[in-house]
Design a protein around this ligand. Structure first.
Ligand code: SF4
Ligand code: SF4
Length: 178
C-alpha cells in the first residue's frame, strides 16, 4: 500500500522505451557525426582522439587522404568535436548504436584529394586544407609581397621548405665570407 501511495504521489517516472521515444538532454554525448563536405583533412581530430577511433592516412597510391571513424572504438569523449576547426565532426544525440551483423555500419569514411609539392612533386597535404589556409592568409594583415611569398610557401612540402631554408642560410653565410 505504501508503494502504491508513492506511485500515486509522484506519478509514472519511467519511460516506455523502446516503445516510446526517449529524448536525451542537450549535453548528451552520442554518436559523433562526420560531415564530409566540411572536412579539410587537417588531422586535428585524429591526433586528439584518445582511443584512436579516428584514423587519418594517405591511401596506397598516396593521392588521397582517407579519414575513417570506427564507432566500436569511440568513448564519446567529445575531443574531436572540440578541436575540429570546421565543425566537420560533431557529437550528436544518437544513442541507439547496436548493429545487426554488418560491422561496416560502425564505420564513417571520407576521402580527400591530395595536393602535390611544387618542388618535389610529392603529395603532402589535402587540397582543401591548402584552400582553407589560403583564405586565412588573405584575411591576415600582410603586405602584398609577404602574402605572395606565403602563398608560394603554402604549396611547398615541409621537407622542401626545410631544404630551401637551409639553402638560404648557407647562401647568406657564403655571402658574408666573400
Ligand atoms: S568522441 Fe572521443 S573517442 Fe570518439 S571519435 Fe571523438 S575524440 Fe575519439
Ligand atoms: S578535425 Fe575536422 S576538418 Fe580536421 S580532419 Fe578532423 S573532421 Fe576533418
Amino acid at each position: 500500500m505504501k508503494f502504491i501511495d508513492i506511485t500515486r504521489k509522484y506519478g509514472n517516472t519511467t519511460y516506455g522505451y523502446p516503445f516510446e521515444d526517449y529524448s536525451v538532454n542537450d549535453h548528451y554525448r552520442g554518436l559523433p557525426k562526420y560531415v564530409y563536405e566540411l572536412c579539410i583533412g587537417c588531422s586535428a581530430c585524429g591526433i586528439a582522439c584518445p582511443p584512436n577511433a579516428i584514423k587519418i592516412a594517405p591511401n596506397e597510391k598516396g593521392d588521397r587522404l582517407v579519414w575513417e571513424f570506427d564507432c566500436g572504438r569511440c568513448i564519446f569523449c567529445g575531443r574531436c568535436d572540440e578541436v575540429c576547426p570546421t565543425a566537420a565532426i560533431r557529437l550528436s544525440s544518437e544513442f541507439e548504436l547496436a548493429i545487426a551483423t554488418n560491422t561496416d555500419d560502425m564505420i564513417q569514411r571520407g576521402e580527400l584529394d591530395m595536393e602535390y609539392c611544387t618542388i618535389c612533386n610529392e603529395p603532402f597535404s589535402t587540397k582543401r586544407l591548402l584552400d582553407y589556409t589560403n583564405e586565412r592568409l588573405k584575411n591576415a594583415i600582410l603586405s602584398e609581397g609577404r602574402l605572395k611569398e606565403a602563398q608560394v610557401y603554402l604549396h611547398i612540402c615541409p621537407d622542401c621548405k626545410q631544404n630551401a631554408a637551409a639553402g638560404t642560410v648557407i647562401a647568406k653565410k657564403e655571402e658574408k665570407i666573400r
